[in-house]
Write a protein that binds this ligand. Structure first.
Ligand code: HEM
Length: 445
């Protein structure tokens, strides 16, 4: 029997929206608004703690649910994937920056595009990433050697990881050297995404044509991104790769004129923007939190320096505690039942890896940093930093390879120590980032 609202519970929210799961009432939600805007992670945690694994918010349209059980998350992303679309605030707002690329496109447009782009992520291509990571690390190590000539240096490791990850994304997917441009693109991406978040958290609709400060900042950032993307695409069109080469990068696939329906310039732009946005900030965020955790756990840091094979486990554990994609949203296309609760068609569902990764049914001492918990591999349920099901991350293998190489190399050369004690506050934006960067004291080993 599906759940029914008890006597003392409203049976309907506004616009006749049926109540099919417990959750905060309107007053509690209103009182939580500041927290939703400034500390959404703790708000989600509170709601989960108070109301359980399936929560309905008192929001009339669309009816909005939070699903946090490992089995429920799997039902949404894997078993019911055909009943899920991407027409959600999260993705429609993100598409202001990325257009309708692979990440934001809805089911019908998505399938052929995924089939088209998947070959760019074959094994040889992922293996090619190795060379690019080695080059980028060489540059970073030389830079840090300079900075530490006279002893330990204070380095914003968050900024360094952003630039490193962008350089690797540029070289691997688009065959271009973004090293000199990295700061500009990183800044434009962050500014555009900042605008996205401000919009998503603003209850009032604010068309892009209205010159608010946020809209103007976003428009400027998107123009900068567009300029950088045009430069990348134009350079390849001026000097195409040999079509007989066995290795084709992402740009070769996007610009291929010999497919049934070649992509339009706008579609190419949208995919390049998607891969810049999806491919570098996520990896950088995961790495930044890994360094944060290691800097505060000197024995784990020493274990890693002595045995760099541990890098994968360290990264998996960092992604568990700080999943860069901390919410995944779906629009439900037909009525479904999750853990005994009916979720009607047209509802919005939020799955938060931040919560699922702390579920006591799968994780002991969930708040502790214990890389060894991944010694036996990644569990089938309760772990979804890369999502799950057909729409799971296309760049997962590339990201894990890149990150483990970076953790292994840097930890064997450098020692990282915190410069501030106490909690580091988290900016839960498009990804999770430390609110004030991650300054660490870096010294040579
Ligand atoms: C640690 C790094 C990464 C994390 C945590 C991450 C996380 C995710 C998650 C959770 C999704 C699924 C979103 C959903 O179901 O709505 C996703 C999708 C996606 N990711 Fe990643 N990602 C990472 C790295 C990358 C990289 C390196 C690339 C590209 C090179 C990339 C490109 C994409 C794309 C294009 C999609 C959309 C796939 C589709 O819908 O078919 N990601 N990612």
């Amino acid at each position: 029997m599906p759940w029914e609202a008890p006597e003392d519970f409203p049976k309907r929210y506004g616009w006749n929206t049926p109540v099919t799961a417990p959750g905060p009432d309107g007053g509690q939600m209103l009182r939580g608004i500041r927290r939703i805007q400034h500390d959404p992670l703790s708000y989600l945690h509170q709601v989960w703690h108070d109301s359980g694994d399936v929560v309905q918010f008192p929001i009339p349209r669309p009816a909005t649910y939070l699903v946090s059980s490992p089995a429920g998350a799997r039902e949404i992303l894997v078993n019911h994937n055909k009943a899920m679309g991407k027409r959600t605030v999260q993705y429609t707002t993100l598409s202001l920056v990325t257009g309708t690329g692979l990440l934001t496109s809805d089911t019908h447009a998505w399938r052929p595009r995924r089939r088209m782009l998947q070959p760019a992520f074959h094994h040889e291509m992922v293996a090619l990433t190795r060379g690019h990571v080695v080059n980028a690390l060489e540059r970073l190590n030389a830079h840090w050697a300079n900075l530490t000539q006279d002893g330990p240096a204070l380095i914003d490791v968050d900024q360094a990881m952003m630039e490193l990850a962008l350089e690797i994304t540029g070289a691997t997917l688009f065959g271009v050297d973004l090293a000199d441009d990295a700061a500009v693109i990183t800044e434009a991406t962050l500014a555009a995404l900042h605008g996205v978040i401000q919009r998503a958290r603003n209850p009032l609709p604010m068309p892009m044509s209205i010159p608010t400060r946020n809209n103007l900042g976003m428009r400027r950032a998107i123009r900068q991104l567009d300029r950088s993307i045009s430069a990348i695409v134009n350079a390849r069109q001026a000097q195409p790769h040999d079509p007989n080469s066995p290795i084709r990068d992402m740009l070769d696939v996007l610009l291929d004129p010999d497919v049934d329906v070649p992509l339009t310039p706008q579609q190419v732009r949208d995919e390049v923007a998607t891969f810049i946005v999806a491919g570098h900030e996520t990896v950088a965020s995961g790495l930044t939190w890994a360094w944060h955790l290691l800097s505060r756990d000197s024995s784990e840091q020493e274990l890693l320096a002595a045995d760099t094979q541990r890098a994968n486990m360290v990264f998996d554990e960092a992604l568990r505690l700080y999943p860069p994609a901390w919410v995944i949203t779906r629009r439900v296309l037909e009525d479904i039942e999750i853990d005994g609760f009916v979720i009607p068609a047209e509802s919005m569902v939020i799955v938060s890896p931040w919560l699922v990764h702390r579920h006591a049914s799968v994780w002991n001492d969930a708040e502790q940093f214990i890389p060894d918990r991944f010694a036996g591999g990644v569990p089938q349920m309760g772990y979804l930093p890369f999502g799950a099901g057909p729409r799971q991350c296309i760049g997962r293998d590339m990201a894990r390879l890149e990150a483990s190489m970076i953790l292994a190399d840097l930890s064997s050369r450098w020692k990282f120590e915190p410069v501030v004690s106490g909690e580091v506050s988290i900016d839960a934006s498009v990804t999770l980032r430390p609110a004030h960067g991650l300054p660490l004291r870096v010294s040579r080993r």
